[in-house]
Design a protein around this ligand. Structure first.
Ligand SMILES: [Zn+2]
Length: 312
């Protein structure tokens, strides 16, 4: 049994998420995605590279994972942003097919490819390679795991949002080596299992937590507690997020009116000040004197009252 400990891992670009938050999101999403694909009646999940690899590692260690019903197959297939010409794609597919046959890779039933999807070039190239090898009639769906909604430029069957996806894709230790078309002739580089698990403490944490999920919530674990250090930078990001995600909802009627009713307070000199009831910003005394001069008012940049006139 691994002993939970604090991991010394570079988080890359700082967000409002601690390492613990990243892993919690990963585990929860992995469980949800596996269940979802199971519900679609798929028999195979293709893990097409590094982006979905930690999600697949988590799924493969969960109690719900049953390869007899829904198997996970790791097929590294790296593709830059460039779309290959038809001839190039055909040649790539020929070589890739040879590698699949050599390793006797079997894909059962309906197949779901999961990957980070932006331009879509990578996932489409992998789909094309699978159809080349197993026949055009195989049933393949594309499922995206992206860091925010709507960034997929191609149609996918379903897009899951996992804010920490870029960390597992680009920052943390790789689980699947690159395998570029120029390497497709090379059998040795076609590695269809996770690499370096024995020297990867993050993978150890993920595996241990996945085994206990969902019976034990990630946030209750020692792993989470020990890796949930909220540094000053993370706290600053949280404050920023909070401000930016603030929901300034007003009613339809309020939205249509050119006026709003301010909260009236008195300053130290017993002069009137207005506080916006929506964004809570307090304006100075000039705003009271010149209620139609927007430049005298303070509002949050997204406040719906910003261009409205206060009426007592
Ligand atoms: Zn306001």
């Amino acid at each position: 049994m691994p002993v939970p400990h604090k991991l010394n891992i570079n988080l890359g670009h700082i967000t409002d998420q601690t390492l613990g938050d990243n892993v919690k999101e990963l585990i929860e999403n992995a469980h949800m995605i596996y269940n979802y694909i199971l519900g679609l009646g798929c028999r195979t999940i293709v893990c097409g590279g590094q982006s979905p690899s930690y999600y697949c590692l988590a799924m493969m260690n969960m109690k719900i994972y049953n390869p007899e019903v829904l198997n996970i197959v790791i097929l590294p297939h790296s593709k830059g942003g460039d779309r290959a010409s038809y001839c190039q794609q055909y040649n790539d597919n020929q070589l890739y097919s040879q590698r699949l046959k050599e390793k006797n890779i079997k894909l059962q039933g309906k197949i779901a490819i999961i990957d980070g999807v932006q331009s879509g070039v990578g996932i489409i190239a992998l789909e094309s390679a699978l159809k080349h090898c197993y026949g055009k009639n195989i049933n393949v769906i594309k499922i995206a795991i992206n860091s925010c909604e709507g960034i997929s430029e191609i149609n996918v069957y379903k897009e899951f949002v996992s804010r920490s996806a870029p960390k597992f894709s680009d920052v943390f230790m790789r689980l699947i080596p690159h395998y570029y078309p120029r390497q497709f002739h090379n059998s040795e580089k076609f590695i269809t299992n996770f690499i370096g698990l024995e020297d990867n403490p993050l993978a150890e944490m993920v595996i241990d937590l996945a085994k206990q999920y969902p019976e034990h919530r990630v946030e209750d674990s020692d792993w989470f507690k020990l890796n949930n250090e909220i540094t000053l930078e993370i706290e600053a990001e949280r404050q920023y997020e909070k401000l930016n995600r603030r929901d300034f909802t007003i009613t339809q009627e309020q939205a249509e009116s050119p006026y709003y009713t301010p909260i009236i307070v008195m300053n130290q000199n017993n002069q009137k000040n207005y506080i916006c009831p929506v964004c809570n910003s307090r304006s100075g005394t000039l705003a009271v004197l010149y209620p139609t001069q927007f430049s005298y008012f303070s509002h949050h940049s997204r406040c719906p009252n910003a261009l409205k006139i206060p009426m007592e």
